[in-house]
Ligand binder design. Sequence first.
Ligand code: T4K
Length: 373
Amino acid sequence: MDPLHKPIYVTRPVLPPLEEFTEYLKQIWENKILTNQGPFHEQFERELAGYLGVKYLSLFTNGTLALVTALQTLRITGEVITTPFSFVATTHSLWWNNIKPVFADIEPECYNLDPDRAEAAITPQTTAIMPVHVYGNPCKLERFQQIADTYGLKLIYDAAHAFGIKVNGRSILNFGDLSVMSFHATKVFNTFEGGAIICHDEATKRRIDNLKNFGFVNETTVVIPGINAKMNEFQAAMGLLQLKYVDEAIRKRGEIAKSYREGLRDVEGIICLNDMEGVEHCNPYFPVLIDRDKYGKTRDHVYELLKEHNIYGRRYFYPLISRFPTYRGLESAQPGRMPIAERVSDQILCLPIYPDLQFEAIERIISVLKMGE
Ligand code: T4K
């Protein structure tokens, strides 16, 4: 442990000025509407859709319930092809819907599900593909759509990391049948906890809204066995306030990513991901690969070394989801079947990144990595 320095965590939530939040709280106290599509919920839903450049958006209490509901919305059954290189919630949402996950390998450049590997995994039982825009890097959108169209499959993107990402000026949330977002405390944009589903027509939005509210369409009519996954007024108020500050937060993240890239450029064996052409990034994470042969130390050694210096990077995503007990018995999860995902998962380390991270802290992290001790 390094007692001289305060701990540096992988992330810290962005919080707006407290006085501004109390103004919203006063209104909640006055009108006594705490949840169930209250005024802040309705306002936030509209404003967020406008900010993101999407037509239909439905707010959720968290990203995981939004994923579970997205699968219900399209009545997905049988097998779904997905990536093992993600947060467990991606695959758990399939399990909660009694769907068999089929894992396929990832691309070596951006660590997203490889469309060719996904196509090769299609069987007569496949009904959908669920790729993840890992670290906010867009998947191969057109190629996935082409596969979905050819085989008659649904396409649901886990866009938990992809806040405000645009490719050539167009939001990536407009691709696929549905996209699912997370506004968890650790995300680029947070509503304490929160999430959303983006869809492209009014009827689907209505079905999602029914599903997240027990299946109610009016006071006495329940049309489907829905769940309770509504976003409350406190979360929505937080979201409205966060919208004021999110552009600045994303700009600062970009600066930090730039500092890391410059600082680590000459360190042999530490590989940073490059920005992708035509993409407006949000830098939710700053992943690096530690190449043991070139750097001389393993990723786990570097992870522990940083901890000794009071710096808490995270191994997102290690272990692979396919290594967890619930899934490791699946044929698609067998060791050796996804060599790229296995290598990346063994080498990946996410360095601290959040808008308030000070320049001195970044320098300290870089100098520990440069010295390697
Ligand atoms: N799909 C994908 C691809 C996802 O990445 C996620 C979530 C989901 C779906 C599901 O969405 P949600 O249902 O969560 O909306 C975190 C988050 O809990 C999780 O939301 C996120 N992905 C995942 C990648 O990371 P942990 O277990 O690593 O979080 P935790 O509590 O260890 O926090 C990491 C660091 O952040 C802490 O060391 C300190 C800091 N922190 C954290 C919290 C919660 C704070 O400073 N304040 C806080 O309130 O999972």
